[in-house]
Design a protein around this ligand. Structure first.
Ligand SMILES: [Zn+2]
Length: 101
């Protein structure tokens, strides 16, 4: 019998079992504003660094997509704390300044 495997715990996920696809997209957010204190030498340095990077690394700096298959217990753990925040942060009532939705 073929089966899939939970990406986190390695549990076998038989056909028809409860499983979840976790899709993560990390996208560079540019608000169109360049800091005033960045001078031309700094910009030239950043361009030199970018030229040294390979295409794959440059693309990953702009967008990185990841997809994982998880069993229900691992999905529940992930959903509770997807950013792997400390217990101190979680005890603040779940209101995080960086939360967009
Ligand atoms: Zn699992």
């Amino acid at each position: 019998m073929s089966y899939e495997v939970c990406a986190k715990c390695g549990k076998r996920l038989r056909p028809g079992s409860v499983k979840y696809i976790i899709s993560i997209n990390i996208i560079a957010d540019f608000d169109g504003i360049l800091p005033e204190e960045v001078d031309e030498r700094e910009i030239a340095r950043l361009i030199r660094e970018a030229k040294k990077m390979d295409q794959e690394t440059l693309e990953r700096e702009v967008h990185q997509g990841m997809v994982y298959l998880l069993c229900k217990p691992c999905r529940d753990i992930f959903a509770e704390n997807p950013l792997n925040l400390s217990l101190k942060s979680l005890s603040m009532g779940g209101n995080f300044s960086g939360l967009l939705q």
